[in-house]
Each structure stands twice: as structure tokens, then as C-alpha cells.
Design a binder for this molecule. Sequence first.
Ligand code: BG6
Length: 505
Amino acid sequence: MTSNGIARQVSPDPCSFIIFGVTGDLTHRLVIPALYNLAAARLLPDDFCVVGITRKAMSREALRDSLMQGLRKHATRSVDDAIADKLLRCVTCIDADPSAPESFDRMAAQLKQREAEHRTAGNRLFYLATPPSAFTPISLQLGRAGLLKQDGGSWRRLVIEKPFGTDLASARRLNAELLRVANEHQIYRIDHYLGKETVQNILVLRFANGMFEPIWNRNHIDHVQITVNETLGVGHRGSFYDATGALRDMVPNHLFQLLSLVAMEPPAHFDAHTVRSEKAQVLAAIQAQTPDEALQNSVRGQYTAGRIGDETIPDYRSAKDVRADSTTETYAALKLTIDNWRWAGVPFYLRTGKALAAKRTEIAIKFKQAPFAMFRDTPIERLSQNYFVIGIEPAEGITLQFNTKVPGPSIAIDGVAMTFLYRDYFKAEPSTGYETLIHDCMIGDNILFQRADSVEAGWRAVMPFIDAWKAAGANGLDFYPADSDGPAASAALLARDGRSWRTPV
Ligand code: BG6
């Protein structure tokens, strides 16, 4: 932080952190390492305990051993034994199964006992680190057993992580089921993109600086590109991925989080209700497309074999648990428009895919060309384009590309870039990306979490593409070799408008 940095730190209340899916991958890889980092930064409350919920009885020693092994493997910094021991000493377990409702009634009594031992004042954070199919059965049982009821001044919160449904109808169903047992402000829907520092910085960049807002609109911006390119293939997630595809996996959640932060109107207050309302509104303003428009304004691709670095990537269709004739897309590109005053006529191009040549997540804002009266001798295509780029991964930073005169007697123009990189200014300990999110759940700040209406608005905006692609079947699915930039049709989507994707650098 710079000498005039502003920091706001709120200490969490005493609480019990109750994890469903405590033996699973998410808990071992991210939740416990994030709790460890919070403990190391003294951001956990003094009166705190972790309760792991297991389907079958498990000894607390076995659970602690397993979590310790996970921590040693996945910690983002070297593990201090004293801090790890203190954290794991407060771990206990309870066995409960949503298909046996009486086990949740028993859990109610057991939790009270743990709360008394650890003086956690009845505050409970239920973290569902489970497959999405378990969200509803667990929440309904928590509700039925009265475990989510907030009384006597204590709070009860429910944390779930994407995917929130697989289409608009299932997202609505899930929201309705959760809202039967908890109020919206008790529900924390995690999109891990909002745990990324640079993503959180978009709001600060736009609204804590006076110079961007006047040009942040259709008068000055030609178009916006949002890129989330990954080098990894589908790996061992074939079964989930083949039923999901790149569009559902990435667009209504991660890419729309980026889009809504870049495109939202300035919120009147920096509070969860106002910020989330503005984000939901901009998603709701994404223009609905007819089936023909959806096909015209989208590209879907699937990777074929190739080599990325030292790794041989097999054809997507030969990956484990993927159907041999699968038409699931591993690459999606969309052209969207936002129907409001700020963005009318400004296309938003989105692309995301797996097994691509380079990992890069960025938002590139392309400004309109200068009127170009003065430098008639310079061919327009030689002028570098004015991009403002928010780099999210791997290099976190901001770049401004502009034209400058090459020193010398004649007027020669060249493009240059001014770059700010986080790592040059701020020394941050490596983190899991979940620390801020978990801390915010504990202090009751929902600003970085998705609200039911924005989840539904996201699905509503992608449904025309999902439906049109389903109806088209294999027609229109393009193939691209692993280690490429994606299907050729993706470049053509922009070329048609006289534009091109920025080459991420
Ligand atoms: C997850 C998707 O939500 O996000 C994965 O299910 C994807 O398929 C991942 O790889 C990307 O996250 P990140 O933080 O690596 O960009």
C-alpha cells in the first residue's frame, strides 16, 4: 500500500465455520488454505471453530490429519506449525446426511454444544463445499431443523459456489428453494473471479479516479473485448465438462462479472445493495437475440489434439468421460450489445476457451480512432490502436496503448504502451483468492457475492445461445488445434465488423 493508501478493516464476530463436503477437494485445496492465511494475518476471530460435516462418522483426529496434509500440499506460503496447529485444533466433526432428516436434528444439539465450548455466540456460517446437486437437499434440511433461523442477535449464513443452475429455469428453481429457507442477505453465492484483486480493482479504477468516467461511454469507446483464455484442456473433469461446455462454465458467471463491473453505472453508494443492483441492471440490459441472431453473433469450437509446451493434449473427444461424438464446445465467442444510453451501439465481444496457446484473462477497451486529419501521409492501418487493458491473469495490471512520435526529423508515428503492474507497487503474499471472500462472509458484507436477480439475468442473456446451439446440433461447431488461438470463425466474427481481437501480450 502507498503512504496515502486507505484501508478499511472490520473484525469478524465469533463464529462456527461449518463445512459440508469437508473431505472433498474444494475444502482441502482452497477453503482450509484460505482459513490458514486468514489465521496467519490475524483475521480470524479469537472465538472460532470449524465443524466438518461428514456423511459417515469420522474421528476428529482423522479429519485433522487429512486437512493438515491438504494444507501442506496446497498452502500458498510456508506453513507455520503453530498457526496450523491452532487452526486445526478447533476442527471437530459431526456426521449428518440430508437423506436422514433426524441427523440434522441431532446436529442442531451438537452444534449448540460446540458453540458453548468455543464461545461462538450462535453465529454460524454454513459453507457448502459440495457438488451443486447437494445444495438444495442440505439447505432444505438446515431450514427444516431451524438451523438457519436468526434469533437472539446471532447470525446464520449459507455459502455456495457456482454453478448456480445449468440454465435459467434451474437457476430460478435453485434460487426459489434457497429463498424458502433463508433470506437473500443470508445467502453468499461465490464466484471466485470476484476474489481476484484486479477484478475488485475495476470499481476503484472507474469510480475513484475522475479521468476515466467522462470517456467511459459510446462517444469514446469503439468496443470492448473480454478474454478468458486457458491453456489447460479438460483434464479429469470430462464428466462435468461434457455436460456443461465453455459457455455455461464461464460466461454467465465469470465473464459476466467482468462485463458488469466494466459496464455498470456508477453506484450512488458503495454498499452491497446499490452495487449489486447496478450490476444486475446492466446484465438485464443485454439485448436478447433471436435464434438467427444468436447463431450469427456466436462461435463455438472444440479442440483437437496438439502440444502445449511439453504436454501432449489429446483430442477433446478422447478425454476421459467425454462422449466420442460430443458436440460440447470447449471454446465460445459471443458478440453482445447492451441496450442503454451509455453503451448503445458499442459491441461487447467475449471469448473463452480451453487448450489455447496462451493463458490470458483481460478486458480490453478499444477507444475510437482520432479524426485523423493531420497525419494524412501515415496509412491509417499503421496507427496503433488506443486500447485500455485491464490485465487479470497472469500479469495483473493496467496498460494504456497510444501513439507517439518516433524521434527524428520526419513525422513518424508508432504505438507505445504505458503499463502498471501490481507486483511492481504492492507486495502481496500469494493467496488462494478465497481469503477476502471468506472474510467478507464472516463480516456480513455481500458486495462481492452474486444476488439471485443477477444470477438469473446472466442466464437469461445466454439462453438464446444455448437454445440456438442445441437446435443446430453439430452444425456450426468448429474445430481448433490445441495450442492455437481458437477457431478461425472467432477472428471472422470481429473481422465482419472491421475489427480484430487484440493479441494478448
Ligand atoms: C472455473 C471453471 O469456474 O473457472 C473452470 O469451472 C475454469 O473450467 C476456471 O478452468 C478458471 O478459473 P481461473 O481462476 O483459473 O481463471
